[in-house]
Design a binder for this molecule. Structure first.
Ligand code: ATP
Ligand code: MG
Length: 417
């Protein structure tokens, strides 16, 4: 589990804000959910035979001996919360959430034990139109972040659960006599979670799969229509996709649409955002059936990609560093800066603390990357003015009153309001 230190946190905030802005402009509403849930929510919701539940969940027991778990993902919690509060009954909902998720995995670049997701979910709508909206929203997020050139969309359909079960049976019947040729993980998955074998990266397994029964021969007509409808909408929206019949996703609850946004810039951790339709999940969790579809975006990987494209630059922590020449003027200076913060809400003002010589204060101003230094000296304060020094240009210091100063900093292009 990693710490996010100030410089990186500034980039996090920028990127998170841009993402949540997009969700907000699509009128998705935010929910804030607990980090701990009953472990059963995940064993039932995600599936006992999935990697997440079998190997990756951080479980603990509370004082009464009940099994609880740090949430490994957000969808099951989101469905649980909306069911519990009666928000899924005869209504549709468009929801987003974000925050830390926990999985006990081997840490590496873009893979951590505490990582962060932004999730979006839509409930109560059965058609491919809302699937398309979620994908469109993803495309918009990459565009706003300026990383759309590095990400591609993979698309597949898993059909209805009956069709999937028939295909799964055929796959097992085909693979069982060839079990000896499978890689170890896939052999283990054969009885418990055979569709996951399609994910295998081992060449021998992959060549066996080339001859395996195809889902296209098992899929139901309604799911075909759903999938065709989705593709037509995406074509109309100009959202490019690659169809990948081997895309199955690691969670049990998906049906029909599944998709993944992937990049080649991050090595093995290429999945930046993943999602799909999960019409059976609400029932599995103990509610009435409610159709749902959504995605979860990995923030760490999005940030790595953003950095790969745009560099690690973050906005400076301070725009204006305020130097107080005499300790007895500290209070006046702080009050003046309060008025400046009101007038220039997009600028960050830091007031020097701890006294000391002007030279040392100016060094602090420089160290924190400030563009301007504001000087509160005896003469300036007497005249109700402040000294302004541009730290990036060799222009002479100016002395300005409050209104003129606000105007000056605003027209310097530092404040967008
Ligand atoms: P992977 O195949 O990389 O393990 P996953 O299929 O387990 O991904 P999901 O459960 O679909 O991932 O989660 C959605 C997104 O969350 C992923 O696409 C990825 O960006 C991010 N993510 C998942 N696990 C981690 C992790 N351990 N560390 C960082 N990000 C992660
Ligand atoms: Mg995983």
């Amino acid at each position: 589990m990693r710490d996010v230190l100030p410089e990186e946190a500034r980039r996090w905030r920028m990127v998170e804000r841009a993402i949540v802005d997009v969700l907000d402009r699509f009128a998705y509403e935010e929910v804030r959910l607990p980090l701990l849930e009953a472990a059963e929510l995940f064993t039932r919701g995600i599936g006992a035979a999935t990697d997440i539940v079998e190997k990756e969940m951080f479980g603990l027991s509370d004082r009464d001996g009940d099994s609880i778990a740090l949430r490994p993902e957000g969808t099951a919690s989101c469905v649980r919360a909306l069911l519990q509060h009666g928000l899924l009954h005869n209504q549709s909902q468009r929801i987003h959430y974000r925050g830390p998720m926990f999985r006990s995995e081997r840490p590496q670049l873009g893979r951590h034990r505490q990582f962060h997701q932004v999730g979006a979910e839509a409930f109560g709508m059965v058609g491919p139109d809302v699937d398309a909206e979620l994908i469109q929203m993803g495309a918009e997020i990459w565009r706003v972040l300026g990383i759309e050139g590095e990400i591609q969309l993979e698309l597949n359909t898993l059909g209805c659960s009956e069709a999937r079960a028939a295909w799964r049976g055929a796959l097992v019947r085909y693979l069982r006599p060839r079990q000896g040729d499978l890689d170890g993980d896939s052999a283990k998955r054969l009885e418990r979670n055979p569709l996951r074998i399609l994910d295998s990266k081992f060449p021998a397994t992959r060549s066996l799969l080339a001859e395996a029964p195809k889902f296209a021969d098992y899929i139901d007509d309604d799911s075909v229509r759903h999938y065709e409808g989705l593709k037509r909408l995406l074509d109309g929206l100009g959202v490019a996709y690659v169809e990948n019949p081997l895309l199955v996703r690691g969670l049990d609850y998906y049906s029909r649409t599944v998709f993944e946004w992937t990049t080649e810039r991050l090595g093995a951790q290429g999945a930046v955002c993943a999602g799909g339709r999960y019409d059976g999940l609400a029932e599995i969790i103990g509610g009435k059936p409610v159709p749902g579809v959504g995605f979860a975006l990995g923030l760490e990987r999005t940030l790595l990609l953003h950095e790969a494209v745009h560099g690690a630059g973050a906005p400076p922590p301070v725009d204006v560093y305020c130097c107080v020449l005499q300790p007895e003027h500290q209070g006046v200076a702080m009050a003046r800066v309060r008025a400046l913060r009101d007038g220039l809400p997009n600028l960050r003002f830091r007031v020097h603390a701890g006294g000391g010589r002007l030279k040392n204060q100016m060094r602090r101003a420089d160290q924190c990357g400030a563009r301007w230094a504001l000087l509160f000296g005896e003469d300036e304060l007497r005249e109700n003015r402040m000294g302004l020094k541009d730290l990036r240009n060799e222009t002479p210091q100016e002395t300005l009153g409050l209104a003129a100063l606000v105007e000056r900093l605003r027209t310097a292009g530092m404040d967008s309001t």
